[in-house]
Design a protein around this ligand. Structure first.
Ligand code: S3P
Length: 171
């Protein structure tokens, strides 16, 4: 286990396919922090998977539950929290996550994001035919929200461990 003086949460935000979960798991392992993925918590709370939640109840219901989960998690400490890509849309979420944590935004180019999410059908917002166009649209509409993070780290064409090292350097 690596020693860390940092006693707040390490929060990873960023678009789908930017490596939040993979980077987060390694950080949590290295620091012996608990790893939490907000999508997993939402799925456990509702007992169904994210695509089903979108299909049955719609995106706005998913966002409500996501809001509740973030609110609950933000009171805790010593966590690595990987968030869903749309968590930033609600400014209350970012405010909550910053309360006890450093918020790190992972980024990648639309093309790299596409290559990472291809062949994976668990992302309801990307189950469209023009995936690259959709990714670009969503990125544009979320740009200002992602910019609210404390730190931004580009993951394009980088090894996961290299990204992990950069995250550790900003703590
Ligand atoms: C979403 C991202 C997904 C998941 C849901 C909505 C988004 O999480 O929360 O499909 O709005 O960008 P990942 O970023 O972990 O794929």
């Amino acid at each position: 286990m690596e020693k860390i003086k940092f006693n707040k949460n390490i929060v990873l935000v960023g678009f789908m396919g930017t490596g939040k979960t993979e980077v987060g798991r390694i950080l949590a392992r290295d620091f012996s922090f608990e790893f939490i993925d907000t999508d997993d918590v939402i799925e456990k709370r509702l007992g169904i998977k994210v695509p089903e939640i979108f299909k049955k109840f719609g995106e706005s219901y998913f966002r409500d539950i996501e809001r509740e989960v973030v609110n609950d998690l933000s009171d805790l400490k010593g966590l690595v929290i990987a968030t869903g890509g749309g968590v930033v849309i609600n400014p209350e979420n970012i405010n909550d996550l910053k309360k006890n944590g450093i918020v790190i935004c992972l980024t990648a180019t639309p093309e790299v994001i596409l290559s990472r999410v291809m062949g994976n059908d668990d992302r309801p917002l990307l189950t469209v035919s023009g995936k690259l166009t959709k990714i670009k649209e969503l990125l544009k509409s979320r740009e200002a929200f992602y910019a609210k993070a404390d730190v931004t780290i580009d993951t394009t064409n980088r090894e996961v461990l290299d990204v992990v090292k950069e995250v550790k350097g900003v703590l």
